[in-house]
Write a protein that binds this ligand. Sequence first.
Ligand SMILES: Cc1cc2nc3c(=O)[nH]c(=O)nc-3n(C[C@H](O)[C@H](O)[C@H](O)COP(=O)(O)OP(=O)(O)OC[C@H]3O[C@@H](n4cnc5c(N)ncnc54)[C@H](O)[C@@H]3O)c2cc1C
Length: 467
Amino acid sequence: MPEQKRIAIIGGGPIGMEAALYGACAGLDVRLYERGRIAENVRQWGHIRFFTEWKRNRSPLASRLLTERGFELPDGETTSSGNELADYVLRLTTLEPLRGRIYPQTEVLRLTRERCLKSDFINDPRRADFPFRLLLGGAFQEKVHHADVVLDATGVYGTPNWLGNGGAPCIGEIANQKRIDYHLPDVLGRERARFANRHTLVVGSGHSAAGTLLAIADLFEEFPETRITWAVRREVPPHGYPYTLVPDDPNPNRDALHRRANELTERHNVDFHPRTVVDAIAHNGKNFRVTLSNFGTPDAIAQTQSATQDTSVADVAAESWTIECDNVVAHTGFGPDHTLWSEVQAHIHPATDGPYRLAEKLIHNNAHSGVGLSTGYAEKRPRPKADAEDEVNQSESEPQEVQDRWQIVVGDPQLLLHPEPNFYVLGIKSYGRDAGFLMQNGFRQVRDAYKLITGDEKFDLYEGALD
Ligand SMILES: Cc1cc2nc3c(=O)[nH]c(=O)nc-3n(C[C@H](O)[C@H](O)[C@H](O)COP(=O)(O)OP(=O)(O)OC[C@H]3O[C@@H](n4cnc5c(N)ncnc54)[C@H](O)[C@@H]3O)c2cc1C
C-alpha cells in the first residue's frame, strides 16, 4: 500500500462534502465522486425548509474556512431551505483544500476489491492488501479508480420504500409507480395546480408526511375543495395523535411541525385513518382508485379473537374500502441501496438495513429515549446558557429520566467498523431505515472516521466543538 492512503468518498451531499473537506484539511489524499450535482439529493427537496437551524447544519471546520475566505455566514439561529443549504455545500468546493478533488456527474457504479471477491479472506484484515476498485460511470466512458479507504455517503433519498401493505408493492403499485409521488412534491410552488382543489391520499407519519400535509393544508382557505385522506399504518398512541412530541424537544421547529401536523387530524377536509394499509392501486387515466384496509383497534381485535377462537391477528377485523383521489403521496420512508455493498464484507442489521454496530446502538438508544425506532434521534441535550450555579439548579429540578435522555450521543468510532477493513458508511445512509439522522450526527461520524483512518484517537479538527 502506498504511504499516503487514497481515500475515496462516494456521494457529494452535506456529509460526503464534509468528509472530503476534513480529509483534505488533514493533508490526506481524498477524492469525492458525486453522481449528479453537488448536494443533488438536497436539491431534489430544495423547496422544503430545514427544521434545524444553520448553526447545526454547518460544521465548525467549514464555518471557519468560509469565514476566513470572507464569506458571510447566514445567521446561525435562522433556518434555510434545501436549496440554500445546497448552495452553501456547493460553495465548499471553492475552498483551496478541495481544489481538484471533486468529481461531479460521476457515479460509482460498483465497489469491489482488486482481484479479491467478497467471499475471500472472511473477516480477515488481509483484505486491506487488495485496493478498492471503483467502477465509475457518467457522461464519459466507464473507467476504474482505486482507493485504500472508502467512505460511502450516498444517502437514501434515491431509494424510497414501497407504499403497499407489509412494505412490498401493493397490487397495481409497480404499474403505477411513475404516477405516485415517492418524493417531496413542491405543493406550494411549481406543483400547486396538481393539489389545489384536489383530493390527495398521503400515506405515512414521518417528517416528510408532516411537511406535505401542512403544505396541502395551506391551500385549504384559498382552494376550499382541497381534501386529504391521511392513512397511517401505526396505532395512534394513547395521547390520540399521530406524532409523539419529543419530550423536552431542544428543537422548536421540529416541535412545531409535529404539533401542527397533529392538529390536522381535526380539520374537516382531512380524513385521518390510523391502523390503515394500502392493498391496491389502480388508475383510469384521470384519477386513482385506492383500496385501503383498516385492521381494527386492539380492543376490536381482542373481541373478534375471543368470539371466533381465532389466534391469528392478521385476518381479524380488517375492513376494506376504496377511495378515488387525484394524487397518491407515499411518505413511507427511505432505505439504503445495498448495490455498493454487494461485493464488500459489510455488516448489515436485519431490521434497519443499516450498518450493524451503529444500528444496535441506535435501537438501544431509541428504546431508552421512549421515542422509538424510526423517529430515533441522538442529540446532545443543549447546555443551559446560565452560569454554573443555575445549571446545577436546573439539573436538580429535572427528573433523572429527562436528564438521561439527553445524554444520548452517538459518537464512538468503533460503531463505524465493518468486517471489511477501511470501509465506512457515513451520513443518513448509516442510519438505514431509521429516520432520526441529523446533520450533527454526520459531522461527528466524519470526525470519528478520521480518528480510525489516521489511527489517532485524539485527532479532531473540530477541536472538541462537537463533543
Ligand atoms: C425533507 C428532509 C428534511 C430534512 N431536514 C433535516 C433537518 O432539518 N436537520 C437535519 O439535521 N437533517 C435533516 N434531514 C436529514 C439529513 O440531514 C439530510 O437528508 C442530509 O441531506 C443527509 O446528508 P447526506 O450527505 O448523508 O446524504 P444526501 O444529502 O442524501 O447526499 C447523498 C449524495 O450521494 C449522491 N450519490 C448517491 N449514489 C451515488 C453513487 N453511486 N455515486 C456517486 N454519488 C452518489 C447523491 O446524488 C447525493 O448527492 C432532512 C432530510 C429530508 C429528506
